[in-house]
Write a protein that binds this ligand. Structure first.
Ligand code: ZN
Length: 461
């Protein structure tokens, strides 16, 4: 396929293969957290909740939670689901019900909470003594106006026509998509798509996300999650569900599923003799980071992002995308302390915890760079980095963008200081810095700079 066609498909389609990701979403204020169990001998205060209180002896070891949205029938549906799961568990236990080796947890993540629909995922784990642990997941999507739980067919005008349309979209996409080679037979299977192949779904802002039934996975291709832009389904969606429905939960726009194995990697050849510089962005990830990623991607440019560990799991989609698009991630400690004021053990915890969360969220990426907050380091920091195979990554241009929140000023500082081999410090948490970067990237590229990562610059300079 020609490069131009690829670009066309990248733009026109938004459809990503990968595994079902749940979690990492911050719940702020909107929800009360109902705990149906959370019971152990030392914590019996929570036993007084509703009908479960009467079987105190039975509720030894389970922890069952569901959100309260204050949308009456939605809450009712989730409450009754949770209660049914507890009943089923207790029934299975029978006379072993007080054996503490049996255990049930039911936790949830709110995947989307818009003005029209909401989606909640329940994760259940059961441990019955002498049996292997059993885990499962249930995703529920609700219409917040009718207060009804939605099946996939409910969001379309006509099920059969919608299946045909989705089938055609999948067929055409995978026929043209280089990253997942499907045989003609598999393509034909895709075009005969049926809603019974879909285990769960959600409507999130401008797209519909389908979680395919594992038994119907397109053989060996690991295609489990498919996102389709609503605009591609405009003719078949019911009008209530066609408009964008952004989540009112902070962080919910970060729920896109990116899968490093499936996303195309940018393999851009670097000309060692051409001029190059490294843009670096500290203190993220944050809500503005995708704007920086967008402009980098558009201009085949790359940058290095020094992440604060404690923010990483709030923006898993952004962090995965950062790596998937060929950028570099560095460690900027867990919560940004002055490392020179900490004993060695505490430095280690700051760095190691951040390494772990990045590794976990990206599915295996380990940063090689450590940037000490405020550029504060001493011999202890240097020797810690040395013994842990981390390079201290500093900079040689400070745009002082954290001080002067002026996009024009920051932009001119970037442009004036640009030179071969430079490492430029910015912060992608300030709108002014992001605006400056969005302007500077195309201009630097136009001046012939290769925008590379810190490790790439290190390699060539
Ligand atoms: Zn910083």
């Amino acid at each position: 396929m020609h490069q131009k066609d690829k670009e066309f498909f990248k733009k026109k389609w938004s459809l990503v293969g990968g595994s079902l990701l749940v979690g990492g979403l911050l719940l702020l204020g909107t929800y009360a957290d109902v705990v149906l169990g959370a019971v152990n001998e030392s914590n019996t205060a929570t036993l007084e909740r509703g009908r479960l209180a009467k079987s105190q002896a039975a509720i030894k070891h389970y922890d069952v939670r569901y959100p309260v949205t204050h949308v009456e029938k939605v809450d009712e549906a989730m409450r009754s689901y949770a209660t049914r799961r507890v009943d089923a568990f207790l029934q299975q236990l029978g006379d072993r019900e007080i054996d503490p080796r049996n255990d049930l947890t039911l936790h949830y993540s709110v995947l989307h909470f818009g003005t029209r629909t909401a989606t909640v995922a329940f994760e259940e784990q059961q441990q019955l003594f002498n049996q292997p642990p059993n885990s499962s997941q249930t995703v529920m999507t609700f219409d917040l106006e009718s207060q009804k739980r939605l099946e996939l067919a409910d969001v379309f005008k006509d099920k059969a026509i919608a299946e045909q349309t989705v089938g055609r979209i999948l067929h055409d996409y995978f026929q043209h998509n280089m990253t997942a080679q499907l045989s003609p037979v598999e393509l034909r299977q895709l075009s005969h798509f049926q809603f019974s192949n879909v285990r769960d779904f959600r409507l999130v802002n401008d797209r519909i996300v389908l979680y395919l039934d594992p038994s119907n996975l397109i053989s060996g291709k690991n295609i489990q999650t498919i996102q389709i832009k609503k605009e591609l389904l405009a003719d078949v969606l019911k009008s209530a569900y066609a408009p964008p429905d952004p989540s009112i939960l902070r962080g919910a726009s970060e729920q896109a599923v990116y899968t490093i194995d499936v996303m195309p990697k940018h393999e851009i050849a670097i000309d060692p003799n051409g001029k190059m510089l490294a843009l670096t962005f500290d203190d993220g990830p944050g809500v503005l980071t995708p704007q920086v990623l967008d402009v980098l991607k558009k201009h085949d440019a790359h940058a290095t992002f020094f992440l604060i560990g404690r923010q990483v799991s709030t923006y898993p989609g952004v962090v995965k995308r950062t790596i998937a698009e060929g950028n570099e991630i560095g460690n900027h400690t867990w919560d940004h302390p002055n490392l020179t004021k900490l004993p060695l053990g505490e430095i280690g915890r700051q760095v190691e915890r951040t390494q772990q969360v990045i590794h976990q969220v990206t599915g295996g990426y380990t940063p090689l760079l450590l940037r000490p907050p405020g550029c504060a380091f001493n011999d202890t920091v240097t020797s810690y980095a040395g013994t842990h195979k981390l390079s201290l990554a500093l900079w040689n241009v400070d745009t002082r963008d954290w001080l002067d929140r002026d996009a024009q000023l920051v932009y001119s500082r970037i442009m004036e200081s640009a030179a071969d081999g430079r490492v430029i410090l910015l912060h992608d948490i300030h709108p002014t810095s992001v605006e400056a970067a969005v302007r500077a990237v195309p201009d630097l590229v136009a001046q012939g700079y290769q925008l590379v990562t810190v490790s790439e610059l290190d390699h060539y300079r």
